[in-house]
Design a protein around this ligand. Structure first.
Ligand SMILES: [Zn+2]
Length: 147
């Protein structure tokens, strides 16, 4: 079942089982969690930081920016949370996703970089998808060999 809106729930820690349609905010940890808006049941964790997400709370509803792109989930859903409402964004090509990831990595590398533009997409990266020691070594060797 598709989720149309997210109701903020300020919590000290995330409950074991998240309810669809709730946006759990653990401000002490500067992190929010919700179930993917497509209804697939995946837990989406969105940390708040200058290079992750920014949240704004207007007293009733929460907005998150930039958008949430769950490319690592089967559903590949991509949406905004604006004033508590889910607004679906169009699908992105793999090239655009890679470009976004590269920009993210660069932004994280130099933290004083300008704030991300509003349409820049972030996605929660599960540890299994992060580059391993081995791949970065291969990259280094390739660079060394001029490949
Ligand atoms: Zn989903």
């Amino acid at each position: 079942m598709t989720i149309k809106s997210l109701t903020p729930q300020f919590v000290e820690s995330f409950p074991q089982k998240l309810e669809p349609g709730e946006l759990y905010l653990a401000m002490e940890f500067a992190t929010a969690a919700h179930l993917c808006a497509c209804g697939c049941g995946y837990k989406v964790i969105t940390p708040f930081s200058p290079t992750d997400w920014q949240m704004s709370f207007d007293g009733e509803t929460v907005s998150l920016k930039p958008s949430i792109g769950n490319w690592s989930f089967k559903c590949r859903s991509h949406y905004w949370v604006r004033s508590g409402r889910i607004e679906w964004a169009g699908d992105m090509s793999q090239a655009a996703i890679n470009a976004g990831r590269k920009r993210d990595a660069e932004a994280k590398a130099r933290r004083q970089s300008p704030r991300p533009v509003e349409d820049l997409v972030r996605q929660p990266v599960p540890p299994s998808q992060q580059p391993t020691e081995a791949t970065s070594l291969i990259t280094k060797i390739k660079a060394w060999l001029g490949l």
